[in-house]
Ligand binder design. Sequence first.
Ligand code: FAD
Length: 278
Amino acid sequence: MPKLYRPETLTEACSLLASLDNPMVYGGGTAIQILIKQGILFADNFVDLSRIPRLREITADHNGLSVGPMVTVRRMETDERVRATSPLAASAYHLVANPRVRNTASVGGNIAHGDYRLDPPTALLVLNATIDATSTRGTRRIPAREFFVDFQQTALTPDEMVTAVRIPTQPTGSGRFVKYSSLSENDWPCASAAVLVVDSPRREVRIGLGALAPVPRFVSFDATGLTDQEAVDAALTAVDPALDPIPDVRGSVAYKRRLGRIAVEDAVRSAWKDLADG
Ligand SMILES: Cc1cc2nc3c(=O)[nH]c(=O)nc-3n(C[C@H](O)[C@H](O)[C@H](O)COP(=O)(O)OP(=O)(O)OC[C@H]3O[C@@H](n4cnc5c(N)ncnc54)[C@H](O)[C@@H]3O)c2cc1C
């Protein structure tokens, strides 16, 4: 039987992760419980972070948001500071699974899970978020764009935990998160895209892709002076080399590539329209 540890300080949690055999951080448990039931997750010791108050905090200042790993996905969709500082992030968290999962799943667990289909990382990539990773050796800050290393593999070492996700204030411009599912509305995405059109002073289009490659992917290009159709065409050209979908019950490679292109087109077109409408 695995053991459950419930430290009350970050120092204690770090020591446990450094000293226990085969430990695993326990966030909201929504992914862990399913993997245990499927018989594909074996950990000897779980370190539950829910009793460490500072890991449940959201703080906001002129730079943006600092989000504790035990903040729930639900709070990210409803918190006024998140909605005001980063509406794009709030909209991506809003479309995770269903209210039951969102009420339990944590921000840290979501990103550390490292699944290529996750919704929030697409927004974190375009917003240039960073992730604080803490161990007994201290804290290092990892750019979201370097966090997803390979299929279900993140830049975290086994003794590190996510202690904050830092999301810069959304820059002037317009953002859109588009998610298309092929089984049911609340299901994992078949394809998703977060698009941020930044206007300062040149126009830049940033795109985060979800479920369309073994890891969430990021591309960007200069769109200064382009019309909306030229921007859509440039976006489709830019994402093409990044599309490397994994075929599964939600669609074949060809279907996912096609849906991915539609998600990108829809997100760019509607973000562009928002800017034109002022
Ligand atoms: C039915 C269902 C549908 C879903 N649909 C979607 C969807 O549409 N879109 C989407 O984005 N996601 C979806 N998910 C995934 C969901 O977002 C994740 O299960 C959830 O975010 C994981 O968070 P958690 O806190 O429950 O993590 P846990 O289950 O507690 O942990 C997951 C992993 O992260 C690690 N971990 C947890 N916290 C930390 C930390 N602070 N530091 C380091 N490692 C940590 C754990 O060790 C484990 O490896 C779905 C899940 C379910 C069950």
